[in-house]
Design a protein around this ligand. Structure first.
Ligand SMILES: C[S@@+](CC[C@H](N)C(=O)[O-])C[C@H]1O[C@@H](n2cnc3c(N)ncnc32)[C@H](O)[C@@H]1O
Length: 194
């Protein structure tokens, strides 16, 4: 902590103090959530998206196996945290239902079907993570953690509709895949242009 108190406000408002800068993809599609929506931030880490969403008035459940990361959200209004292992034989979110599930920089293929099942009819998945090709730039480089081309679309269950999908190289540099989809047969509203 800096000894000069005039530095402290800047530190507190820095991306690090708030779990990091939220993804533009999540920020953009969060616009589609109805007021008061109940949102799951899956593998939330330090909660950059949980904080963004709670700041917009949504009721957020942030789950992760890292208790210390979740503890940084203690006392943040609108966020409930749960320490969960999402890769256990027993799925810890069985029977739960959310208006939206947000996932960033996390992939565990064996639970993708359960993840989509957490969304109520008419709700959203907002997903962004690394894809094959990212190994050229660094980590993650294990193919278990890298989506295959088009994979997020191809694993959407029946009865879902794609709102937006992108894949490719971004400036960081990194190879990224992003999906926003609704559990509905009809395309939904699009977010405002940024
Ligand atoms: C790269 S971080 C992403 C954090 C956050 N979603 C973000 O984008 O800032 C990956 C997160 O997945 C969590 N994670 C990895 N394996 C997990 C598991 N088996 N159960 C729950 N969380 C897990 C880690 O603890 C870590 O917080």
């Amino acid at each position: 902590m800096p000894s000069n108190p005039s530095l402290q406000p800047r530190l507190h408002s820095s991306p690090l103090a708030s779990g990091g800068t939220p993804s533009e993809w999540v920020r953009r599609f969060a616009d589609l959530l109805p007021s008061g929506a109940r949102v799951l931030d899956l593998a939330a880490g330090g909660g950059r998206h949980a904080r963004l969403l709670a700041g917009r008035g949504f009721r957020v459940t942030a789950v992760d196996r890292d208790a210390a990361a979740l503890a940084t959200m203690e006392g943040v209004a609108g966020i409930e945290t749960r320490v969960l292992d999402l890769e256990n034989a027993c799925w810890p979110l069985d029977g739960e239902c959310f208006d939206a599930v947000v996932v960033a920089n996390y992939l565990y293929r064996p639970r993708l079907a359960e993840l989509f099942a957490l969304v109520r009819p008419g709700g959203l998945v907002i997903y962004e993570t690394f894809m094959l090709g990212n190994e050229r730039f660094g980590k993650p480089s294990n193919p278990d953690f890298l989506l295959r081309p088009g994979e997020l679309i191809s694993c959407l269950p029946a009865g879902w509709c794609v709102i937006a999908f992108e894949q490719g190289e971004v400036e960081r540099p990194a190879m990224i895949q992003r999906l926003c989809a609704t559990r509905s047969a009809e395309p939904g509203r699009l977010p405002r242009p940024v």
